[in-house]
Design a protein around this ligand. Structure first.
Ligand SMILES: [Zn+2]
Length: 476
C-alpha cells in the first residue's frame, strides 16, 4: 500500500512544488501584517481544492484557517497543526535569491516560509489529496488548523482553541516541526517546555546624570545587577523562591527514552559553538539536562553608555530580558508571581517586571497502540526507527499546550524538514525537496496507518480517550 502511495507522490513532485511556490510567493509577515489576509484566503482556497470544508476563524489578531474532511463516520480523527505566517525577510541583501521568489538550487528550495512553515504544512494538503486519489477515499477524518501568529508567539491561538473546542475535537493532534537527529533518525517529540519571557527594568535619575553624583543618586544598573544576582547561583541553581516546587522529575520511562539516544559530543559542541558544557556534562547526562531542566537565561542586558571612549554618566534606566523555560507542571503565571514575590522580599520593589510572552509546558502520554502506528508510519518513510523524546530535543517551546491543555487531547510532533542548514528565521531559508516529499509521504502513511487493523473497536472518537490513564497529563 505504502509503495503505491509513495510512488504516486514521487511522480507528482513537480505539480506539488509549483502549487507550493504559489503560496511561498505570497508574503505573510505576522509581525507587520503584510499579506496576512491575502495569504489566509489563498490557503483557504488551497484547502478547498483538496476537498476540505474550510473556514477562516477570526481571532483578536491574524485569523486561523481551518479545514475538515468532514467524513464523520471515520474511525479516527486527526487534527494537524501548522502556521502560515513567516518571519520578516530582512536583511534582504543577504539573500542569494529574493525571499518571496522561491527557487530550487542543488535539491533545496530557497525562500521565506519554505521550512518555517509553509513547505511543511503544505505536505498535509498534498497527502490528503494523494491518499484520496490513490485509495478513492480517506480512511480517517483529518482536520487542519493553520494559524497566522506562530512567529509572534501564538498569542490568540489558545483563546481560539477554547472558543472552537467542538470544531477542533480530535483523537490526536499532530505538529510537523520536528528534527532529524544527527544520526539520521527522525525525532518524535511528546511535549515541549513552556516559557516566561519577561523584562526587568530599573529606574534612576529622570535623565542620564554626571556620575560624580554617585554618592547621592541611585544607579539603576547596580540595582538591576543586584536583583539579577539573587535569581541564580554560580552553581547554576535557580534561586527564585519556590521555582522548583512544581517540577515533576523525569520518569523512569522518560530516562529510558533518552538513554537510547546516541549522543555525538563533537557534533553537539560544533552545533552550539562551544568547547565544553557547563559542569562538564557529557553524553546522556548532557541530553537529560537539555531536555528536562527548567532554565533562567539573561537574554539581553542594556544600560548606560557602551560606545567608544568614555562618557561619565549615571544611566537613567537599566533593563534586562529574562527567558525562563518551564517544565511540567510549572505554569507561567505561577512563576511570574513567584519572581515578583522573590524580588519584593529582597527589597527590589522598585524593579519593574513585565511579562512579554508565555507558553505553558506540555506533555502527552500516548497510548502504546497509537504510538506504535506513529512509529511505523514514520519509519516507513525514512527507513530508520524514530527516536522518541519526552520533550523537544532542542530545549525549545511552542504552542503544544493548546492541544494538551485547552483541547485535552494527546499530541505528537514529527519531522519533515532536514536537520541542518535550513536557515530558519534567517536569510536563505530553505527546505530540501526530498524533505518536502518525505513530509507528504509521512502524513499519507499516518492517514493510512491510523485506519489499519486495531482502529478503535469501541467506535468513532474513542481511541485515545479512555480515561486519564490513556490520554494527557494535564499541564495546569
Ligand atoms: Zn519560526
Amino acid at each position: 500500500m505504502h509503495a503505491e502511495l509513495f510512488e504516486y507522490i514521487d511522480t507528482h513532485r513537480d505539480r506539488y512544488l509549483s502549487e507550493l511556490f504559489l503560496l511561498l510567493r505570497q508574503p505573510s509577515i505576522s509581525a507587520t501584517g503584510e499579506g496576512m489576509r491575502e495569504c489566509a484566503e489563498m490557503l483557504a482556497r488551497d484547502m478547498q481544492t483538496v476537498g476540505l470544508d474550510t473556514r477562516i476563524l477570526p481571532t483578536a489578531g491574524h485569523p486561523v484557517v481551518f479545514g475538515d474532511t468532514l467524513n464523520r463516520e471515520a474511525p479516527f480523527t486527526l487534527l494537524i497543526y501548522g502556521h502560515y505566517d513567516v518571519q520578516p525577510p530582512e536583511p534582504l541583501d543577504k539573500w542569494h535569491s529574493p525571499p518571496f521568489e522561491p527557487e530550487i538550487r542543488d535539491g533545496r528550495m530557497y525562500g521565506r516560509g519554505t521550512a518555517d512553515n509553509k513547505g511543511q504544512f503544505f505536505t498535509h494538503l498534498k497527502a490528503i489529496q494523494a491518499v484520496r486519489e490513490v485509495l478513492g477515499g480517506l480512511p480517517i477524518r483529518v482536520k487542519l488548523l493553520i494559524e497566522g501568529e506562530e512567529e509572534v508567539g501564538s498569542v490568540h491561538l489558545s483563546a481560539c482553541a477554547r472558543t472552537h473546542r467542538e470544531l477542533l475535537h480530535a483523537d490526536l493532534a499532530l505538529g510537523v516541526d520536528g528534527n532529524i537527529h544527527a544520526s539520521g533518525r527522525p525525532e518524535i517529540a511528546l511535549g515541549m517546555k513552556g516559557m516566561l519571557y519577561a523584562e526587568l527594568a530599573a529606574r534612576g535619575p529622570r535623565t542620564d546624570l554626571h556620575c560624580g553624583k554617585d554618592p547621592l543618586v541611585v544607579n539603576p544598573a547596580w540595582r538591576l545587577i543586584w536583583a539579577l544576582a539573587t535569581l541564580r547561583g554560580s552553581d547554576q541553581r535557580i534561586l527564585i523562591d519556590g521555582f522548583y516546587d512544581r517540577v515533576v522529575p523525569p520518569s523512569r520511562e522518560d530516562l529510558a527514552l533518552l538513554a537510547s539516544v546516541p549522543v555525538d559530543m563533537q557534533d553537539l559542541f560544533e552545533t552550539f559553538g562551544v568547547d565544553a558544557f557547563l559542569g562538564g556534562a557529557t553524553g546522556t547526562e548532557a541530553l537529560q539536562r537539555l531536555v528536562f531542566e527548567p532554565t533562567c537565561s539573561i537574554d539581553g542586558l542594556v544600560s548606560g553608555y557602551t560606545g567608544a571612549g568614555m562618557k561619565t554618566i549615571i544611566p537613567a534606566t537599566a533593563t534586562a530580558k529574562l527567558c525562563l523555560r518551564l517544565v511540567p507542571e510549572q505554569t507561567s503565571a505561577e512563576i511570574f508571581a513567584a519572581l515578583r514575590r522573590h524580588l519584593d522580599r529582597r527589597g527590589f520593589q522598585d524593579i519593574q517586571l513585565t511579562s512579554i510572552g508565555t507558553f505553558e509546558p506540555s506533555r502527552s502520554v500516548v497510548e502504546p497502540r497509537l504510538m506504535d502506528k506513529i512509529l511505523r508510519a514514520v519509519a516507513s518513510v525514512y527507513g530508520r526507527d524514530p527516536l522518541v523524546f519526552p520533550l523537544f530535543s532542542t530545549g525549545g517551546s511552542g504552542p503544544d499546550f493548546v492541544f494538551t491543555r485547552d483541547l485535552a487531547m494527546p499530541s505528537v510532533w514529527i519531522p519533515c524538514a532536514q536537520f541542518k542548514n535550513k536557515n530558519v528565521h534567517a536569510p536563505n531559508e530553505n527546505l530540501t525537496v526530498e524533505g518536502f516529499l518525505n513530509g507528504i509521504k509521512t502524513t499519507a502513511a499516518l492517514i493510512v496507518g491510523f485506519a489499519e487493523r486495531g482502529a478503535s473497536p469501541a467506535g468513532p472518537g474513542d481511541l485515545p480517550h479512555r480515561g486519564a490513564s490513556s490520554g494527557v497529563r494535564a499541564d495546569g
